[in-house]
Design a protein. Structure first.
Length: 128
C-alpha cells in the first residue's frame, strides 16, 4: 500500500510541476473572447482584434497608465512597443493570428511581473 501511495504522490507532483507558471483562462461575453496565458514572465492574451486596432489600443493604454513609450514599430503582421513603467522596462508584442484575431503579449521587468502585466492588459482591453 505504501508503494502505491508513493507512486501516486510522484505522479501528482510531476503533473503539478508541469503546470507551474502557466495559467490559462478563457473568458467571453458580448462578442469578445480572450484566452489568457502567463508563461515565463510574459502574459499573453488572444483577442478578437486586428493588429492595427490592438496597436492603437496599446498606445492609448500606455498613455492612460502614464507609461513612457521609448520605442514602437508596426507592420502588417505584428507590432511592438517598449518603454518604462516607473524604473522597470516593459514590452508589448502584438502578432496576427488571422485577419481579425491578434495575440498581445506583455512583460514588465526583466523577470516578469504578472500583476503589472495584467494591469497593462486590462488597460489595453478597455480600448479594444
Amino acid at each position: 500500500m505504501k508503494t502505491n501511495s508513493r507512486f501516486y504522490f510522484l505522479i501528482i507532483l510531476l503533473l503539478c510541476s508541469t503546470l507551474y507558471g502557466c495559467a490559462a483562462v478563457v473568458a467571453g461575453g458580448a462578442g469578445v473572447a480572450a484566452t489568457y496565458n502567463y508563461f515565463e514572465g510574459k502574459l499573453t492574451v488572444t483577442r478578437n482584434s486586428t493588429v492595427d486596432h490592438a496597436y492603437d489600443a496599446s498606445i492609448k493604454a500606455c498613455k492612460n497608465l502614464g507609461l513612457i513609450i521609448e520605442k514602437k514599430s508596426k507592420n502588417l503582421t505584428g507590432a511592438s512597443i517598449s518603454g518604462k513603467d516607473g524604473d522597470r522596462p516593459f514590452w508589448i508584442w502584438i502578432s496576427a493570428e488571422n485577419a481579425v484575431r491578434s495575440s498581445i503579449s506583455v512583460r514588465v521587468g526583466l523577470l516578469g511581473d504578472q500583476m503589472a502585466s495584467e494591469r497593462i492588459q486590462n488597460a489595453i482591453h478597455q480600448y479594444i
